[in-house]
Design a protein around this ligand. Structure first.
Ligand code: GAP
Length: 454
């Protein structure tokens, strides 16, 4: 069962410290959110799972972490300066502004007026000045996608690693878009994170790789706990394709507010590397771009047999971290009826994604012996390096269980007076609520086996 409403998720996220409105004490800034103590753990776990599957579990992908501030020429060549815009309309009556393609029946969502201006393109990129003199010429953009910094580092990575086609470059990082109408919690925001892979292949093999990456990405989301029934595949119609794309498959997810894009897998052809190669020639820049001066195209690769230099094609699986977090929260959220007629809320995350892996709970908060045993066990479990383990010393066992169910902690371990007598503790499973006792010395192994298993 998934969440009933977005409001339920937003309330849980605030109450338990997953996600807060950004700059809240000054009234908030629209389209920006901050991740709290549990949100950052969940988000990091999601990114770690992505990085592991994209980089560590493959031998044909390298990672980078490039700058956010981007040279204007990069985004000129990529087409973003000229085309990265949404259609903006003004309501002449209430003076509000909207994205034309988000209007229902051509009416202003605020006052229902149809007295609207014609749509005009609104560029979504944020600009900022660089250096101490703000003369309007020394500016940079906050990158609108992480991809461009991968393309401009293509040769650096190719020349410094043993790879040949096909190979990929992965990056996780912030992207910024001045969305006209940010909305639906962390679904559409102005500052967000992307997990992007640019996978470089030979022309002619691109369609094969496009299909393969779509299958791999779908499978990966299922492994994170996304239910197949909440996914639909959209073959983006040709008149809606981004300017760089020959074909795009969107992985659509049933969010609490509706079916929308979670990840896009685009066939970017040789558009970006070709465009940056052209930019290089026009600027006559040769330094650090290619070692081989005989190459006609600078961001190119030489075929080992034919010796021909060709610009690779690119397949790009691009996922939003924040949309991923929202999907995982939605999947994990359950309200269950208990035998005693009460309800409990549970976030049934897969263990590798759970913000806290185990809570060690001394039965009495003021009993030094119990608290010390709990702290020692926590240290032992933490040494397994499987994620965060906490001592929950609130003194109320029932409340502690409720809290850890609600934040998705897979295991609660209670240290009680029997622990002092016979060195055993009670282990409670979040999903089944079943409890059993285990020798303290066997708990680290049990913990590792349960958390490592997806
Ligand atoms: N490099 C390709 C690219 O940026 P995109 O479809 O514009 O393609 C990729 O974005 C992913 O980034 C989307 O599938 C979505 O998950 C996420 N994303 C895009 N805009 C977003 C926004 N305003 N807020 C949150 N996530 C966003």
């Amino acid at each position: 069962m998934t969440a009933k409403t977005m409001e339920e998720l937003v309330a849980l996220c605030k109450r338990r410290g997953f996600i807060f409105q950004s700059n809240e004490i000054y009234g908030g800034l629209q389209g920006l959110y901050d991740y709290g103590p549990l949100g950052i753990e969940l988000k990091n776990n999601l990114k770690k799972a992505w990085w592991s599957s994209m980089v560590y579990e493959r031998d044909d992908v390298e990672g980078i972490d490039a700058s956010i501030l981007t040279h204007p020429k990069v985004l000129k060549q990529s087409g973003h300066e000229d085309t990265f815009s949404d259609p903006l309309v003004d309501c002449r009556d209430c003076k509000s502004r909207w994205r034309a393609d988000h209007l229902k029946e051509g009416k202003c969502p605020s006052c229902q007026s149809d007295n609207l201006t014609d749509p005009r393109p609104f560029n979504l990129m944020f600009k900022t000045s660089v250096g101490p003199i703000d003369d309007g010429n020394s500016f940079a953009y906050l990158r609108p996608e992480t991809a461009q910094q991968i393309f401009v580092n293509f040769k650096n990575v190719l020349d410094s690693t043993p790879h040949h086609l096909p190979f990929g470059i992965a990056q996780i990082g912030k992207a910024f878009r001045n969305e006209i109408t940010p909305r639906n919690f962390i679904f559409r925001v102005r500052e967000f994170e992307q997990m992007e892979l640019e996978f470089f292949v030979e022309e002619g093999t691109d369609e094969h790789w496009h299909k393969l990456w779509t299958d791999l990405r779908l499978q990966w989301w299922f492994e994170q706990g996304v239910n197949k029934e909440n996914i639909e595949i959209l073959n983006v119609p040709s008149d809606e394709l981004a300017h760089y794309s020959k074909a795009t498959i969107d992985i659509m997810y049933r969010f609490p507010h509706g079916l929308e894009e979670l990840e896009g897998i685009a066939n970017r052809t040789d558009f970006d590397l070709g465009s940056h190669s052209k930019g290089q020639s026009e600027l006559n820049i040769t330094a650090n771009v290619t070692k081989n001066k005989s190459s006609n195209s600078k961001l190119a690769v030489q075929n080992r047999e034919t010796k021909e230099w060709k610009i690779p094609y690119v397949i790009e699986p691009s996922a939003g971290v924040d949309r991923g977090v929202l999907a995982l929260l939605n999947e994990a959220y359950k309200v269950e009826k208990l035998e005693n007629g009460k309800e409990r809320t549970v976030l049934a995350f897969k263990p590798h994604l759970a913000p806290i892996k185990a809570a060690v709970i001394p039965l009495k908060r003021n009993n030094e012996q119990l608290v010390k045993l709990a702290a020692d066990l926590k240290s032992l479990l933490q040494k397994k390096k499987l994620g965060r383990v906490v001592v929950e010393n609130s003194g109320n066992i029932g409340k502690s269980y409720r809290r850890h169910d609600e934040i998705g902690t897979p295991l609660c371990i209670t240290i009680d007076f029997e622990t002092i007598e016979n060195n055993t503790a009670t282990i409670r499973n979040r999903d089944t609520m079943q409890q059993h006792r285990l020798k303290l010395e066997n708990i680290p192994e049990f913990f590792a086996a349960n958390i490592e298993a997806n």
